[in-house]
Ligand binder design. Structure first.
Ligand code: PMP
Length: 424
């Protein structure tokens, strides 16, 4: 227990920090271990948020902690662009070998997810000499200017922050519940080519293989295939934003491995470094080499502590079989949720891939999104010590982002709490 109380800290936060940094919980973290987190008053929570999909290997995995401690004993920062170090070269080599990119790959490191997205677009523009980018409704690509421009949800992400970079276009993402088919999505791109932008001016199409903030909407295989052939036809680059889907979450190291087509560029961050800030763009070597020396980088890009953590994360995913574990846990969760869907008709859909599973709440009579019901379930679960995150265009879906290292007993306890929260 610490010397602080949650109420005191809440007062201090509201006085000292702007409201724009929206905070979900009114309790404050003291320590955490794998899938458990304790607040400053000693209350225990099961963490089904993983710091927004960052902790696929859990809080403070022993291997990650050890790797960071070892690196602390050597150096913390030189700026890779000033004095480089082997660990980062080795991490690029590892990612190049693992990422599902066609042909030889190269990887550049950055610090945040949004920065990876910014740089993927910079690289795509530099390579193609074209300006325009197509993204999807419901997409989330970050809070920087280009990240916001690409994001397909206005409130709260874009409200009051424009103008955004131009030449960004959105088309609808396929969704059974919203009545949008793959054909509709692809037709919308063809319409764009007629009404808004010549395909010869389009540098890239960017999408999340499973939309994260947008509600865990899985890209149908036919969409991915359709996009790949459109891209090939017009010389457009296909960019997969794997910032939320990466590092085992969907049952594969990268979600793009579920599809039979390959992207040209992949952005990654979050679970890459198990809680330390690190992001990357991996892509076809010829594309990655387009920007000139000095065009890419950042003071903290490839931070030595974060790179050390990333090596440990990749070791843990492999040695503990976390991709298989993601499929096993996801199947168990989905089966449980499907049973609950029969009892609770407000659960309109159980969807996802691997351990990237969500349920969406809609009013059974009107079919309208029901964020109020979600908030009620989320509150009830929290009262019983389970931390759940919302997502979706209407804030009416719950996503289950547990560490993939969670043990069976704690996972079972969490499933019981979900059931109880729906019942109450
Ligand atoms: N892209 C996707 C798919 C994301 O889920 C996120 C973060 N939720 C981002 C980009 C932005 O990452 P960051 O918050 O690290 O800038």
């Amino acid at each position: 227990m610490s010397q602080f109380t949650n109420v005191d800290l809440q007062h201090r936060r509201l006085a000292a920090m702007p409201r724009g940094v929206g905070v979900m919980c009114d309790f404050y973290a003291e320590r955490a271990e794998n899938a458990r987190l304790w607040d400053v008053e000693g209350r225990e929570y099961i963490d089904f948020s993983s710091g927004i999909a960052v902790l696929n290997t859990g809080h403070r995995h022993a291997r990650v902690v050890q790797a960071v401690q070892d690196q602390l004993g050597r150096f913390t920062h030189t700026a890779f662009q000033i004095v480089p170090y082997e660990s980062t070269v080795a991490l690029a080599e590892r990612i190049n070998a693992l990422a599902p990119v066609a042909g030889p790959a190269k990887t550049a490191f950055f610090t945040t997810g949004a920065e990876a997205v910014e740089n993927a677009i910079k690289i795509a523009r530099s390579h193609s000499g074209r300006p325009a980018v197509i993204a999807f409704g419901g997409a989330f690509h970050g809070r920087t200017m280009m990240g916001m421009a690409l994001t397909g949800k206005v409130a709260p992400y874009k409200l009051g922050f424009g103008p955004f970079p131009g030449d960004v276009f959105h088309v609808p993402f396929p969704s059974v519940l919203q009545g949008v088919s793959v054909e509709d999505s692809l037709a919308a791109i063809h319409d764009l080519f007629k009404s808004d932008v010549d395909p010869q001016r389009v540098a890239a199409i960017i999408l999340e293989p499973v939309q994260g903030e947008g509600g865990f909407n899985v890209a149908p295989a036919a969409l991915m295939r359709g996009l790949r052939s459109l891209c090939d036809q017009h010389g457009i680059l296909l960019v997969a934003d794997e910032i939320q889907t990466g590092f085992g979450r969907t049952g594969k190291l990268f979600a793009m491995e579920h599809f039979d087509v390959k992207p040209d560029l992949i952005t990654m961050a979050k679970s890459l470094a198990g809680g330390l800030p690190l992001s990357a763009v991996c892509g076809r070597a010829d594309i990655m080499d387009a920007p000139g020396p000095g065009g890419l980088g950042g003071t903290y890009a490839a931070n030595a502590l974060a790179v050390a953590a990333a090596h440990a994360v990749l070791d843990v995913i492999e040695q503990e079989g976390l991709c298989t574990r993601a499929s096993t846990l996801g199947a168990r969760l989905s089966a449980h949720l499907e049973v609950l869907r029969v009892r609770f008709p407000e659960i309109a859909e159980v969807r996802g891939l691997g351990s990237m599973i969500a349920i969406e709440f809609r009013d059974p009579q009107s079919g309208k999104p029901d964020p109020a019901r979600l908030q009620q379930v989320q509150r009830k679960a929290l009262e019983q010590g389970l931390l759940l995150l919302a997502c979706g265009m209407h804030g009416n879906a719950i996503r289950f982002l547990y560490p993939l290292t969670i043990d069976d007993a704690l996972f079972g306890r969490a499933l019981g709490i979900i059931e109880q929260a729906l019942q109450d």
